[in-house]
Structure formats: C-alpha cells, structure tokens
Design a binder for this molecule. Structure first.
Ligand code: NIG
Ligand code: FE
Length: 415
C-alpha cells in the first residue's frame, strides 16, 4: 500500500544538485506525471498511465492534479518569524523619510520588537508562530529557517528557540532554528559591547548548542552593529560547539563581512545589497550560498542586490523572505519570486531553483528537501495553474492550490 498517489501533474523540479551560475537555469519539466508517497517520502515518480497501472488498487488516496503544475515546496532559508507585536508606525516613519538605521539607533527597530518579545510569555510566542506557520503553508513554504535575536539575553533568547522547538513538535511545521544573539546590541550593554560578546561566547552559545536549541548561528555584521572582527569571533565560537555559521552581510554598508567566507565554513551570506568584488571572490572560495532577500530591499526602498552579477560570477543564489516585523513583513515566497524576476532580473527558472533546491542547500537540507526526487521528503505544492511561470506572471495573488508536507495536505485554497 502507498499513502497517496498524485496523477496528471506537470512537474517542474531540479535534479537536486546545487545550482551555481549557469546551472541555475536547469529545471526539468515532466509532463502528465504522477508521484507515489509512503510514510512521508516520495517512493516513485512516473508517467500518469504507468503510475495508475502500478498503484490504482493500492493507493489509500488518489489526487488528480488535472494538469496543474507541481513544484517542490518552497524552502525559506532566512526568516525572523518568531516575534510578537508589529511596527506599522515605523513603517509609516520610513515612508515619511526616516531611515531603518536611524530608527534602530533611536531605540526602535529591532529594539522595539525586543521589548515586546521580552514581555511575551513562551505560550504567546508559540501561538503567534503557529498562526504564521499556517500562512507559510498557504503560500507554499514547507520548511523555513527562523532566528532568535529579539531577546538578546539568556532567558529570552532561549525562550524564542524553545518556541520553535514546541511548534515543530506540535504542528506539521519544519522550522530550522538559528541562534542570532548578535542581532543588535542589547540596551543593557549599549556602552559595553565587548562584555556582551563575552557573555554570548561563554554562556549563551554553549547552552544553546548543548541543548540542541539551534542548528545555525548568525550575526548581523553591519556598521554600527557587529564588526567583521567581532562577527568572526562569534561565529568561530559557535562553530566550536557545532553550530553552523551563516551571516547577515553587506546589507546596508560593506564592512568586510562576506569576505569572511574565506576564513571559515559559512553556509550562506545573506542580503548582499552592497557586496564588493572581494566578497564575491571569498564566497566563491568558501562555496558559500548567496541568499538574497528582495523583499527587504523592496520594503526599505533600497536598490536591489545585483543578482545577475552574483550568478554570472558563478555563485549559487538562494531566495528568502527575511519575514520580520521591520524590514520585510511577508511570509510569501511567491512574492519574493516576483521581485526576483521583475526587480533583480533573474529568470523564472533561476528563481524557482533559488527558492527550492538552492534554498535547501543554504540550510544544509539538500539531502531531504528542495526537489521532487525518489527518496526525498514528500514536500511539494500544486499550483492553481499549469506552469510555475504563473507565480511571477499572475503577481500579487496566491498561486498555490495545495501544499503537502511529508505527504500530508496542510493547506488548500478555497477558491
Ligand atoms: O534581516 N538586519 C537585521 N535583521 C533583520 C531585520 C529585523 C528587524 O528589523 O526586526 C533583517 O533585515
Ligand atoms: Fe534578517
């Protein structure tokens, strides 16, 4: 017996290999195909006719996709989805001319959300995150990374990571936790950043790693936040405890952050709006994924990252929402794909790979996520239309019909 048989789908997927440079355009189209699922895993893929012959008497459930497109579930490799409260007043201030960094330096921004997250109970964070998971599913994201970073002290950072752990165990969500204690300078250490870094290295990082509360460690490497030297020190401390390094790099200014990719194994450098040639070279040497977050440039009204330059230089580009209450408030990867193709000149095939297989590589989950292949987790979405091209083409509306996580339908559009 199999659990689920999907028939008559137009499948668009990669072959599961990392897509660098030119290869980012490689998408296979399997027309009139079916998928067999057992125990949450893809066990067979073939022409509808053959799949029906093999499985029609032994499938617990059969779903006729009716010629609609089926693609891997989106993997969103960079979010700050654990938060409470909102910052619509700051959004308004930015539209009136204040910059994101001015708001942060005046005690708003990340520090505004910090206040609300510190006040919130673990249960409140769990409830908010569960609501957000439903939105991620509705917009086709089957796995997302989520960071701490709005606690910036021992108890509240741990509280954020525990919220992720609880939501993973109580729902169908698969959220990959990242520790970013170095997301801003906590108000208590405003004039003593060194001391906070020591606390991160000696107390919080060891506890997070030993209790398996995070898989990755991240730093906001930026002028006025953490320098490249401090970032290296923090990431190395995390690495020592088995946390995998990633980084917010070259977002607002270039201060030597992506250049660190030469110095330790960094899984991904994210943002890269202001990356220089030296950063591109270092990332090439380090085999580091370039995760681009066009929703952030869009929302901050900044020039977009130069995706073409990164791709043409042979880097592997991934896409993410950066979902957070300040610089990019969206759970929608379809929206990100739209921005990637219309504002960063990526081709639709490149954007599809960047939002699926390359995004899986960015969070080190390429062995089980990111493509439609036998043996991989049955995480996929069926669109409302026959081609993935409708994602950016019919923009601003939700293109997803059904989302499947480990072979289970976790979201269906009602129109
Ligand atoms: O990736 N740059 C730092 N962190 C987030 C913003 C978080 C926030 O504003 O709450 C980002 O843009
Ligand atoms: Fe971010």
């Amino acid at each position: 017996m199999i659990d689920l048989l999907i028939i008559r789908a137009e499948i668009f997927t990669s072959d599961g290999k990392l897509k660098k440079g030119e290869k980012l355009k490689e998408v296979k189209h399997l027309s009139d195909y079916g998928i067999a699922v057992k125990d949450g895993i893809i066990t067979d893929i073939g022409k509808t006719e053959d799949m029906l012959k093999k499985y029609h008497r032994q499938a617990k459930e059969i779903l006729d996709a009716g010629g609609k497109a089926l693609i891997p579930g989106f993997v969103d490799p960079h979010t700050h989805a654990v938060f409470t409260g909102s910052r619509e007043q700051e959004f308004k201030m930015r539209l009136e001319g204040k910059s994101y960094m001015e708001i942060l330096q005046a005690g708003g921004g990340i520090l505004n959300t910090l206040k609300k997250v510190r006040e919130a109970s673990l249960d409140e964070l769990v409830i908010e995150l569960k609501k957000r998971v439903r939105l991620f599913f509705a917009y086709g994201t089957t796995t997302f990374e989520a960071k701490s970073g709005y606690g910036l002290n021992f108890d509240d950072e741990i509280k954020m990571l525990k919220a992720i752990q609880i939501v993973n165990s109580e729902t169908d969500a698969e959220i990959i936790p990242t520790f970013i204690g170095a997301h801003a300078i906590p108000p208590e250490y405003k004039d003593n950043k060194e001391k906070y870094i020591e606390k991160l290295i000696n107390e919080i990082i060891p506890y997070v790693a030993e209790n398996k509360l995070a898989e990755f460690i991240d730093v906001f490497c930026e002028k006025g936040v953490y320098t490249a030297g401090e970032t290296l020190k923090i990431l190395k401390a995390g690495e020592k405890y088995g946390l995998k390094p990633k980084m917010h790099a070259d977002e607002i200014e270039s201060i030597g952050c992506s250049e660190l990719a030469e110095k330790l194994k960094i899984y991904s450098c994210d943002h890269l709006l202001k990356i220089k040639k030296s950063g591109i070279e270092a990332m090439k040497k380090g085999d580091t994924i370039a995760t681009l977050l066009p929703g952030t440039a869009f929302s901050l009204k900044e020039p977009f990252a130069n995706a073409r330059e990164l791709i043409d230089n042979g880097l592997a580009v991934a896409l993410a929402t950066d979902c957070n209450p300040g610089s990019s408030f969206s759970e929608s990867m379809p929206q990100i794909i739209t921005l990637a193709v219309l504002m960063m000149n990526m081709l639709p095939k490149e954007a599809l790979n960047a939002a699926t297989i390359n995004a899986a590589y960015a969070i080190d989950k390429q062995n089980k996520l990111g493509s439609i292949e036998i043996g991989k987790q049955a995480d996929f979405v069926i669109l409302k239309e026959k081609s993935y091209l409708f994602i950016p083409y019919h923009y601003g509306v939700n293109p997803i019909w059904k989302t499947f996580k480990r072979g289970k339908c976790v979201s269906t559009a009602d129109y």
